[in-house]
Design a protein around this ligand. Sequence first.
Ligand SMILES: Nc1ncnc2c1ncn2[C@@H]1O[C@H](COP(=O)(O)OP(=O)(O)OP(=O)(O)O)[C@@H](O)[C@H]1O
Length: 267
Amino acid sequence: MLEVKGLGIRFGGNHAVQDVTASIEAGKITAIIGPNGAGKSTFFNLISGFYQPTSGSIHFLGQDITRLATHDVVARGIARTFQTTTIYRELSVLDNAMIGHRVRTRAGLWDALLRTGRERRDEQESRAGGMAALERVGLAAQAGLPAGALTQEGQKRVGIAMALSSDPKLLLLDEPAAGMNPEETVNLMGLIRELVGGGLSVALVEHKMSLVMGLADEILVMHHGQKIAEGTPAQVSRNPAVIEAYLGSHAHGGQMGQAGAGEASHA
Ligand SMILES: Nc1ncnc2c1ncn2[C@@H]1O[C@H](COP(=O)(O)OP(=O)(O)OP(=O)(O)O)[C@@H](O)[C@H]1O
């Protein structure tokens, strides 16, 4: 579904991502893991068009998307959530979900100001798209509430609905379980499984090993900006290079290979 070849980006002398060749398969859950500063978020930023790579290529469904701007990447079918919650707390849950949908509609500023027929049609479409996304994340009944009134888990679901309302084929989740308690984490895993069961493909960056090991079909491991391993959870958790990378990192010492053994610290 997604193929990156020799992908890299430099910030000054720092290779945040370096020569990464990898693929993400349709219908699967792919986790991207690695110690702090490994380049995981930067990798997501490259795929989603937030950063332009300094080398390499990105192909999605056979088409070159390497240099597309974010809204064009979204229009092709890749949407993402962010590490920190980026919902609008004062707006209703539905208004939040509709924001994601607006990137797919065609009305421009003039249409919006003049309330043209196209703008009104687009508004209705966005409302329907937003509601459909809320149904997918189990929040249809809360559509009219201010998003800030929801629990932490509810707000995470709003963030996912915002991404889903653009009707992506591939959903990128950046640390979806950050700040969630174990029960909320289990609920979130159920939601991700449901979405994938419905035909969505998911790639996620996550530090919580219980979630990664319990959920991922494929894992891509990054360290110092490079891909050091890939494979199933069982394969990567016994890969010597991966164990070495994690043992060498204070924050994650000894956590690899213990599926379901709790969380890798993000400190
Ligand atoms: N916009 C930027 N400008 C300069 N350096 C950056 C920028 N974004 C990321 N970096 C650097 O790139 C490297 C990789 O950072 P990145 O945030 O991608 O790592 P990560 O694996 O997501 O880490 P974490 O698990 O802590 O979120 C780090 O050295 C970081 O300081």
